[in-house]
Design a protein around this ligand. Sequence first.
Ligand code: NAD
Length: 495
Amino acid sequence: MNDVGRWHELADAIKPETRLFIDGRFVDAVDGQRFATLNPVDGKVIAEVVCGNEKDVDRAVKAARRAFRSGAWSKKAPRDRMDVMYRIAQGIEAHLEDFALLDCLDMGKSISELTGGDVPFSALTFQYFGEAIDKAEGVVTSTDPAALHLIVREPLGVVACVTPWNYPLMMAAWKVAPALAAGNSVILKPAEQSPLSALLLAKIIHEAGVPEGVFNVVNGFGEDAGKALALHMDVDKIGFTGSTEVGKLMLIYSGQSNMKKVTTECGGKSPQIIFPDADIDTAVTYSVNNIYTNQGEVCSASSRLIVHESIYDEFVAKFVEEAKRFQPGDPLDPATTMGPLVTREQQKRVLAYIEKGKRDGGRLVFGGGVPAGLEAGNYVQPTLFADVTRDMTIAREEIFGPVGAVMKFRDYDDALAIANDSIYGLASAVWTKDLVTAHKAAQDIEAGIVWVNCYEHGDMTQPWGGYKQSGQGRDKCFETLLAHMQTKSVWVHLG
Ligand code: NAD
């Protein structure tokens, strides 16, 4: 698995499925459209993928509703549904290399991150929600002896999952697994930049025994297939992961159609506060990893490093030294730590933020351009700005690329004011050896996740989601399973 030549041979030989998956079959689009998916390493076409629109969405919704009403999945005994979920997890593990290749080719993520992270975590997601199925119990309430009051949990119906390109398989797994586990029918609309792995997932889900029509994949563009799903009158819920801008549109579409439930996992501008008593070397290592991993295309990337003035210079110097570990290169090489950005457009966007950072007075201390010799791809050097202030665009907007910003603070109140001065509230971290400071900051930070003396640690029990404009709802965790169900009150008169 460590041989770059072998990965290239596998990549050359791969023949990805490109059609939509509707009602248990791979099919072409009603209007026969296709779109090209490009390799971000060189801009070459990987495949011409079938492009769904409103008509295909409608076909998928009808199939999903029919399957839901049939009860073949929605009323399947929990233990039987669990077995199918476990088989999906095993199927993902068995196709580890295929999934890793598809996501690597589509969006440029390093192959070792995929084989060691995204793919096994996706399998674990199906396993976790499988395990949780029969723990979602109903309630018999304490009430009048002349009545029996049952609160039962039922699936919602047809759930549409609209996902981003930064962790194509894993974000699909986070959305699809709880929806399926709860007994819903599902339609997945992957991002148009990374359409391939969802189709392999469809094959595995089908082979694991999920009945026809229960799981569907409609690739296509956001403003077209995505919008059609969000406006559809027979979709009961949208589970969305993506930008805050589109997350807000999802809420509007719901109001314009059938008030479907909406959960959104959106952008971030996550702060790490490094107090003067922190273990600086460890804080530096985590800070470097968590702004450059996945090319910085991570919702929870630690893009704001808020460092006490007494250790500021030391922190910046150590960061720059350690950042050299991240060398952009061929994502099919298992030794590569950073691949290209997903598209040329995303590369231009990130480079424009770097220029803006310089114009606004940020001090560029690392990277800042396109790495030499890699101009054919969408590469951006790992980049760090020091002396960033709260008002600068690079401190306020989500860049979604490998660009860190270091900011200086005087005291606790100053640090918290900087950290909370954001429309976002997804993740955060506090670095200190002092228990009181750690707990106080964990209380005061406006974010869905607070890490203390670490970053990106967690497991499937961890609620993943944001405060403020980072969205509403949570991924992973037991609460997410319940969010894919609704309660019904059954009141039996015994008098
Ligand atoms: P995006 O919002 O552009 O697209 C996400 C999905 O929405 C895609 O499938 C796209 O086709 C679809 N879409 C776009 N416009 C639409 C419309 N008008 N109607 C319906 N659907 C539409 O986001 P992206 O660029 O794919 O992903 C990057 C964003 O995702 C970043 O902001 C990142 O922070 C966020 N993200 C958040 C989390 C989290 O857990 N909070 C995880 C991963 C990514």
